[in-house]
Write a protein that binds this ligand. Structure first.
Ligand SMILES: CC(C)(COP(=O)(O)OP(=O)(O)OC[C@H]1O[C@@H](n2cnc3c(N)ncnc32)[C@H](O)[C@@H]1OP(=O)(O)O)[C@@H](O)C(=O)NCCC(=O)NCCS
Length: 217
C-alpha cells in the first residue's frame, strides 16, 4: 500500500492574539492523533459533507495517504502540541477545474481536532500560512476553501479573514446537513495586492524569499 508522501516544509506564524503556531510535516507516526480527531462526531459534523460520525484507522490512513500524493499535509502545533491538521492540495474538483482550465488551482482543507482550540484564531493563521506558502513558494494562481457548509460559520469566517471571498454558493439536495455549501477563493493578483498593502502581515522569511518569478508584473 502507498505510504504517506512526506515533504520537508515547516511554516511558522502567530495568531492575532500572539499565540505561536507551527505547521510541521505530517508523518506516518501521526495516526493516533489523526484517528482520534477523525472519530469525534462533533469535529466530523463540521469537516465532512455527509453524515460521518467516525472513521476507522484504515479509513484515516487511506484518506491522508491518498491526499498526500498531491498535497503538502501538515500537523498544526500550538506550544509544541499537535492540535489539528491541514493541507494544500492540487485542485481535484471538476466544478472548479472546468472554470479555470489554464490556472494552477489548489485547495486548503483544515481540521482543528482539539475542540478547546476552536475560535482562537488558529484556523485563520494556519490558512494564512498555507496561502502564503502556496502563492510565494509554489507559484500557485488561485487557492480555494471548498464546500464550506452554511452552518460552519467558523470555517467561512476563518477563510474570509485570511483574504478569501465566496465565489460559489451551491444548493444541496434536500436531506443533506447543509442547505448550501460555499466555495471561497483567493487569486494570486488579490493576494499580492493585499500582501503589498499590509506588508506587516507577512513573516520576514517569506518576504525575503519572494522570487522575481512569482511577482505579478
Ligand atoms: C473551521 C476551523 C478550522 C476554524 O478555525 P478556528 O481557529 O476555530 O477559527 P478562527 O478562530 O480563526 O476564526 C473563527 C471566526 O468565526 C467566528 N465564530 C466562531 N464561532 C462562531 C459562531 N458560532 N457564530 C459566528 N461566528 C463565530 C469567530 O469569532 C472568528 O471570527 P472573528 O475573529 O471575526 O470573531 C476550526 O473551527 C475547525 O477545525 N472546525 C472543525 C472542522 C472544520 O470545520 N473544518 C473545516 C471544514 S470546511
Amino acid at each position: 500500500m502507498v505510504k504517506l508522501k512526506q515533504h520537508e516544509v515547516t511554516l511558522e506564524g502567530k495568531t492575532l492574539q500572539g499565540r505561536s503556531i507551527r505547521l510541521r510535516p505530517m508523518t506516518e507516526d501521526d495516526w493516533d492523533i489523526l484517528a482520534r480527531w477523525n472519530s469525534d462526531p462533533e469535529v466530523l459534523y463540521y469537516s465532512e459533507g455527509d453524515d460521518v460520525t467516525a472513521y476507522t484507522l484504515e479509513d484515516v490512513q487511506g484518506i491522508y495517504r491518498s491526499v498526500s500524493q498531491n498535497a503538502f499535509c501538515f500537523i498544526i502545533e500550538v506550544d509544541s502540541k499537535p492540535i489539528g491538521e491541514c493541507w494544500l492540495q492540487k485542485m481535484n474538483l471538476e466544478r472548479i477545474l472546468q472554470k479555470h482550465p489554464d490556472l494552477d488551482c489548489r485547495r486548503i482543507d483544515i481540521m482543528i481536532g482539539e475542540k478547546q482550540h476552536w475560535g482562537q484564531g488558529i484556523g485563520t493563521e494556519s490558512i494564512r500560512l498555507l496561502t502564503e506558502f502556496g502563492f510565494l513558494k509554489e507559484g500557485t494562481d488561485m487557492i480555494f476553501g471548498c464546500g464550506i457548509a452554511d452552518y460552519n460559520i467558523r470555517s467561512l469566517r476563518a477563510f474570509q479573514k485570511a483574504g478569501y471571498e465566496v465565489v460559489s454558493k451551491l444548493k444541496q439536495t434536500p436531506g443533506r446537513k447543509a442547505d448550501y455549501i460555499y466555495d471561497a477563493a483567493l487569486t494570486k493578483e488579490k493576494f499580492f495586492e493585499n500582501f503589498r498593502a499590509a506588508d506587516s502581515v507577512s513573516p520576514e522569511g517569506f518576504r525575503d524569499e519572494l522570487s522575481e518569478a512569482n511577482r505579478p508584473r
